[in-house]
Design a protein around this ligand. Structure first.
Ligand code: HEC
Length: 159
C-alpha cells in the first residue's frame, strides 16, 4: 500500500517537474552597452569594471550571464526572481533615469552592502565564490569616490 502511494507521488512529482519546464522566464540580455552611461559617469578602472561585471551586473544590469542550469526549471524561475528583484532596487542600466539624489543614495547603499558582505547574495557566492578582500577594497574605494561626486553635485545644485 505505502509502496503504491509512494509510486503515485513520485510519478506526480515527475509530471510536475516536466510541466514547469514549459514556463520560460524572459531572458535579461540587452547587452553590455546598457551599462555604458553608468560607467561613463562613475569611471570604474578596467579592473573594477570587470569585478562589477563578474559579481554584480548579473542582477543589477540589463545584461545577465546565464549559467547552463538557468535553462532548467525551477532554477530558471528562481534566478529570474532574483534578477527582477535586484534590478528593481538597483539597476545600472537604468542609471540615466535616476536623479542625482537617487544615484548618491544607491552608491551609499552599495558601500554598505559590500562592507557588510550582504552583496553579492549568498545564494550567488555559493556558486560564484566570494569577493576577495582586494576586490572588495577596490570596489569600496571606487564606490566611495563615485558617491562623493554625486554628493558634491547635490550640494552645488542646492546653493
Ligand atoms: C544573485 C543576484 C544578485 C547579485 C549577484 C548581486 N545582488 Fe545586489 N541585490 C539583489 C537583490 C535581490 C536585492 C534586493 C533585495 C535585498 O536587499 O536583499 C539587491 C539589493 C542590492 C542593493 C540595495 C539597493 C536598495 O535600494 O536597497 C545594492 C546597493 C546592491 N544590491 C549591490 C550589489 C553589489 C555591489 C553587488 C556585487 C558586488 C550585488 N549587489 C550583487 C541581488 C543581487
Amino acid at each position: 500500500m505505502i509502496k503504491k502511494i509512494l509510486k503515485i507521488v513520485l510519478v506526480l512529482a515527475l509530471i510536475a517537474l516536466v510541466a514547469i519546464q514549459f514556463i520560460r522566464p524572459e531572458k535579461n540580455n540587452e547587452g553590455y552597452k546598457s551599462v555604458a552611461a553608468f560607467e561613463k559617469e562613475t569611471k570604474p578602472s578596467v579592473k573594477v569594471a570587470s569585478i562589477l561585471k563578474e559579481n554584480c551586473y548579473d542582477c543589477h544590469s540589463n545584461q545577465t550571464q546565464y549559467p547552463w542550469y538557468s535553462e532548467v526549471a525551477p532554477f530558471s524561475l528562481w534566478l529570474a526572481d532574483h534578477i527582477e528583484h535586484g534590478r528593481k532596487h538597483f539597476n545600472v542600466s537604468d542609471w540615466s533615469n535616476y536623479t542625482i539624489k537617487k544615484k548618491e543614495h544607491k552608491m551609499e547603499e552599495f558601500v554598505e552592502m559590500v562592507e557588510k558582505d550582504e552583496m553579492p547574495l549568498q545564494s550567488y557566492t555559493i556558486i560564484h565564490g566570494n569577493l576577495s578582500e582586494d576586490d572588495k577594497k577596490l570596489l569600496l574605494q571606487w564606490a566611495g569616490l563615485a558617491r562623493l561626486q554625486y554628493k558634491h553635485q547635490l550640494e552645488v545644485s542646492s546653493k
